[in-house]
Ligand binder design. Structure first.
Ligand code: EPU
Length: 338
C-alpha cells in the first residue's frame, strides 16, 4: 500500500522532535510499491530523502521535497543450518524488535545492539554499532532498489564497504539506492562479546550470562546514559568518535594520562568524543533551548522548543572547544538536512 501526504508534520519522524514539515511524505509497504513510486517521476520530484525512524536526522528547516519511509515488514528465515540462521528482514522493521526476536529465538549476535533506535534499513546504511559489535558483523547481504532506474540490486557485505559508522550507501552511492531488505547471519551457538566498557560489571546483577541477561544489561546501561527522546529530543551520539594517528595519541597521553581509547589497528586509535567534550566542561550545560546531556556529553538535547539551527550552533561551539584543547576535529554522526 502506498500513502501520500502533503505538508506533513515530521514531529513524530525525528527524535530531536522538531516540528518541521515535508512538502510530500510517502510511505510504501513492498518492493513493488517502491518500484511504482520510483517509476513515477511526478510522484517523486527532487529533492527526496529516504528516512528510517529519524533517530539520526537534524532538520534545520521545513523539507522542500519528498520524504520516503518504508513500511516493508517481515522477518523470514531463509536458511536454517546447524550452527547458524540467515534471516531476511524488511527495511521498515524496528531494529530493536528484530533484536528482541533474535534473543527470544536463541540466535546470538545482535544482543549487544539492543535498544538502538531506528529501523533495519538504516542499520545497513549507518553500520550502527555499540558495545563492541557493529551491524556489519551480522549483515550478509543488502537488497536495494536503484532510485534512478527502479531496478533491484543486491549488495554483498564486501560490496557495502563497511567501516566505523560508514558504508557505500553513505559515501559513493549516497542517495542512489534505497534498502528494501537486509539479511543477517545469527549464531545458534552463543559466543558472548562482553569485553566492552562495563557490560561485565552490569551482568554481575544476574545469576547467569545468557542472551536475555545481556540484552537486559545493555538496555539498563543505555537507559542510564542516554536520554529518552519522548522526554528530551535527541539523536543519540551527536558526533563520531575520531580516529587519530597513534603518534598523535601518544602525545596526548602524556598530557592526559587517563584518556580512554580503542585500538583500531597498529597505526590508528579511536578516542571517545564524549570524553573530550566532557573534559571541555560541556556536560550538563544548557544554552537557550538546547544543551548537552548530563550523563553522556556526546548527546546534544532539545530542552524544549528548540530549532535545528540552535543545535547546529551548539555543535559548532563544541567542535571549536575540542579543537582548541585537544587539536582534534570531531565530526557529526547526525545527518544535517535543510
Ligand atoms: N565518557 C566520559 N564522559 C562522557 C561520555 C563518555 O568520560 O560524557 C567516557 C566514558 O567513561 C568511556 C568513554 O568515554 O570511558 C566512552 O564512552 P561510552 O562507552 O559511553 O561510549 P561512546 O564512545 O561515548 C559509543 C557509541 C554509542 C554506543 C557506545 C557503546 C559512537 C559515536 N557512539 O559511544 O552509540 O552506544 O559507544 O558502545 O560511536 C549512538 O551512535 O547513538 C550511540 C549511542
Amino acid at each position: 500500500m502506498i500513502t501520500i501526504e502533503k505538508q506533513y508534520s515530521l514531529l513524530l519522524h525525528n527524535t530531536f522532535r522538531f516540528n518541521v514539515k515535508a512538502d510530500t511524505f510517502i510511505e510504501y509497504s513492498s518492493t513493488d510499491d517502491l518500484k511504482q513510486i520510483l517509476s513515477d517521476k511526478e510522484l517523486i520530484s527532487e529533492p527526496y530523502l529516504q528516512i528510517g525512524s529519524g533517530s539520526n536526522l537534524l532538520f534545520t528547516s521545513d523539507y522542500k521535497g519528498t520524504i520516503l519511509h518504508s513500511r516493508i515488514h517481515g522477518i523470514e528465515i531463509i536458511e536454517n543450518a546447524d550452527d547458524y540462521v540467515l534471516v531476511k528482514v524488511g527495511a521498515g522493521v524496528e531494529w530493536d524488535e528484530f533484536v528482541a526476536h533474535c534473543v527470544a529465538q536463541g540466535w546470538a549476535g545482535a544482543e549487544n545492539l539492543s535498544l538502538i533506535p531506528g529501523e533495519v534499513g538504516a542499520s545497513a546504511v549507518q553500520n550502527i554499532g555499540a558495545y563492541g559489535v557493529e551491524a556489519k558483523d551480522l549483515i550478509t547481504q543488502v537488497d536495494t532498489l536503484e532510485i534512478a532506474t527502479a531496478k533491484e540490486r543486491t549488495f554483498s557485505n564486501a560490496e557495502c564497504n563497511y567501516s566505523y559508522r560508514q558504508s557505500i550507501f553513505k559515501s559513493e552511492l549516497k542517495n542512489k539506492f534505497i534498502v528494501t531488505y537486509v539479511t543477517y547471519k545469527l549464531n545458534k551457538h552463543a559466543v558472548f562479546n562482553l569485553e566492552y566498557g562495563n557490560i561485565k560489571a552490569e551482568l554481575e546483577k544476574y545469576p547467569e550470562i545468557s542472551l536475555t541477561t545481556i540484552r537486559q544489561a545493555i538496555i539498563d546501561i543505555r537507559n542510564s546514559k542516554l536520554p529518552d527522546p519522548k522526554i528530551e529530543g535527541n539523536a543519540g551520539s551527536f558526533f563520531m568518535n575520531p580516529i587519530i594517528p597513534r603518534s598523535q595519541f601518544q602525545e596526548l597521553q602524556t598530557q592526559f594520562p587517563n584518556i580512554p581509547h580503542y585500538d583500531v589497528d597498529e597505526d590508528r586509535v579511536k578516542v571517545p568524543a564524549g570524553w573530550m567534550i566532557d573534559k571541555c566542561g560541556w556536560k550538563g550545560k544548557t544554552v537557550g533551548h538546547v544543551g548537552v546531556h548530563s550523563q553522556q556529553a556526546l548527546v546534544l538535547v532539545n530542552r524544549g522548543g528548540a530549532t535545528g539551527d540552535e543545535i547546529v550552533n551548539l555543535s559548532k561551539e563544541i567542535q571549536a572547544s575540542v579543537k582548541k584543547l585537544f587539536n582534534i576535529e570531531i565530526h557529526p554522526e547526525v545527518n544535517f538536512i535543510s
